[in-house]
Structure formats: structure tokens, C-alpha cells
Design a protein around this ligand. Structure first.
Ligand code: FES
Length: 159
């Protein structure tokens, strides 16, 4: 286990120590655990289940009910490409393929260094500016393959 994983585990332990005795803290714990790991891996859910004495079924129910929780690893820069009809017609599939080809990952995957992940989404309500994609909270409109090349270069230079 690498040092950063140990650090995360330690933070999770501290979090659970603080909140484990009151089951009503579950959402808060899940939220904070996701902050620590960037997502909620099954091992983390099991640890929460064990320490808080809450069944995995209940935890799974909460995790899947709230859209803000994710069980899939996201990159530091989470790329989301709209494949809604308007974007699709304007070529968003080519945008998706360019990201996949350049980053060497498929949708739902994360690069080995944890920097980028790719996901697809349905319409985000910006059809007039199709095709669109986002990186974290930033939305890119009227995207072209050149936009993809440009943003990958820009984000690769970031920490
Ligand atoms: S279809 Fe992509 S924003 Fe609406």
C-alpha cells in the first residue's frame, strides 16, 4: 500500500472514530469518505459498515440513492462528454473517441496516474452550443477535435 493510501486510511479511521457511535451520521461519513478517496470503493463501504454496525445493504441503498455518491474512481480531472441527441448529431462521438485515443482509457475508466477519467452523460441542457463536454465544473461548448487536443495539453501541465 502506498503512502498516500495509508494516509487516506488513517483519515478514514479518524472519521469513523468520530462518528461511528451514531448511525444517523451515515450520510456525513459517506460524504467525507468520498472527499478522502474521490469515490466510494467497496472496501471503504465495508469498513464503514463494520465500524458503524450498519448493514452493507443499507449502505448500498444510500450510496445508490444519492447521485452525488459514486462507486467509480474519478480522475482529478473528470471529463464528461455529452452524448445526448443534439451533441451526438454534431459529432460528440468523435470527441469521445479522441479523448479515449489520446488518454488511452475507455469511458468509466481512470488513467493510471489518477489524473483523468472519462464518462459520458445525457443532455446537460446546453444543446444550442453542441457538442459539449465538461471537465469537473467547467463546460466546453461547440467543441472540436482541436479543443480536445488543447484541453488535454493544458490539463496535463497542471498538477
Ligand atoms: S444534447 Fe448535449 S447538451 Fe443537450
Amino acid at each position: 500500500m502506498c503512502e498516500c493510501q495509508n494516509e487516506k486510511k488513517e483519515k478514514l479511521n479518524q472519521l469513523l472514530e468520530k462518528y461511528k457511535d451514531d448511525k444517523s451520521n451515515l450520510i456525513r461519513v459517506l460524504n467525507d469518505a468520498q472527499e478522502i478517496y474521490g469515490y466510494l470503493p467497496i472496501q471503504v463501504q465495508e469498513e464503514i459498515s463494520r465500524k458503524m454496525n450498519i448493514s452493507m445493504a443499507e449502505i448500498y441503498g444510500v450510496v445508490t440513492f444519492y447521485s452525488r455518491f459514486t462507486t467509480e474512481q474519478k480522475g482529478k480531472y473528470s471529463i464528461s462528454i455529452c452524448l445526448g441527441t443534439a451533441c451526438y448529431v454534431k459529432g460528440s462521438e468523435a470527441i469521445l473517441n479522441r479523448f479515449k485515443e489520446k488518454l488511452g482509457i475507455k469511458e468509466g475508466e481512470c488513467t493510471k496516474d489518477g489524473k483523468f477519467s472519462i464518462d459520458v452523460t445525457r443532455c446537460i441542457g446546453a444543446c444550442g452550443s453542441a457538442p459539449v463536454f465538461s471537465i469537473n465544473d467547467k463546460v466546453y461548448t461547440k467543441a472540436t477535435l482541436a479543443t480536445v487536443d488543447q484541453v488535454i495539453e493544458e490539463y496535463s501541465k497542471k498538477e
